[in-house]
Write a new protein. Sequence first.
Length: 276
Amino acid sequence: MIQTCLFPAAGYGTRFLPATKALPKEMLPILTKPLIHYGVEEALEAGMTNMAFVTGRGKRALEDYFDISYELEHQISGTSKEGLLKDIRELMDACKFSFTRQTKMLGLGNAIHTGQNLVSNEPFGVILADDLCINENGDGIMKQMMKVFEKYRCSVVAVMEVNGDEISNYGVISGRNIEDDVLIVNNMVEKPAKEDAPSNLAIIGRYILTPDIFNILSQTEPGKNGEIQITDALMKQASDGIVLAYKFKGRRFDCGSLAGFVEATNYFYGLENAKK
Ligand code: UTP
């Protein structure tokens, strides 16, 4: 069973300026819960209890969120408002939290490498909390990926079909199906031009990685945009062994973009109203 989920959360979130000038992007709320809360819930549902965060300067709100707020909690203790803290208290009771800092924002690959000291030498999950995923009809996305990992015991990346010019915003894979929704990756390109994309299968912010990725990352040169790309490291892992791509069941909202954020808000508001 995989114990640790890594949350790279050091990015600047420039698409949400000015809000992200003083607030981590991962603390932006969808309804009343910040994005990071949904990510931790998804990891916990998959059986992970060791939540490891790679943060950066100006991201202290993330640590505070997973800690007790004595003054506030004392103030609302015994009132009807106390129930509003139920969800976060449940996460705090069920999980352990650890934090490290990425000092230079050298890309997602570097952020994951920075998290090595929080991950023992075992496979681990990675969740980018600004990709908000939900599966109303069954297992969450990380839990689905865990099942694939338990069967094949190698790195797994979550992919979805993206058509048109949008494909250039993603890491893109191509591969050979070994099951309906599972492919062995044979090519992977970070943010290709539309005409160079090897398929329409885009990687989203969910990974299960085997720990040999750290050694590969230590040798990975900066790639697209001068950043150390996890896609390049995974391509090396795929050419030395096996990396799987999994077409998940459910929905993913790109909450790193304004349109995706608004769409997620409306969607979750609809779900909330339907419950009433
Ligand atoms: P993004 O590409 O969304 O970048 O990073 P960003 O800085 O967060 O947002 P914009 O584009 O400026 O609006 C994808 C994920 O990788 C993390 C981010 O926190 C986000 O979860 N990341 C990226 C790091 O942790 N460190 C980095 O150096 C880069």
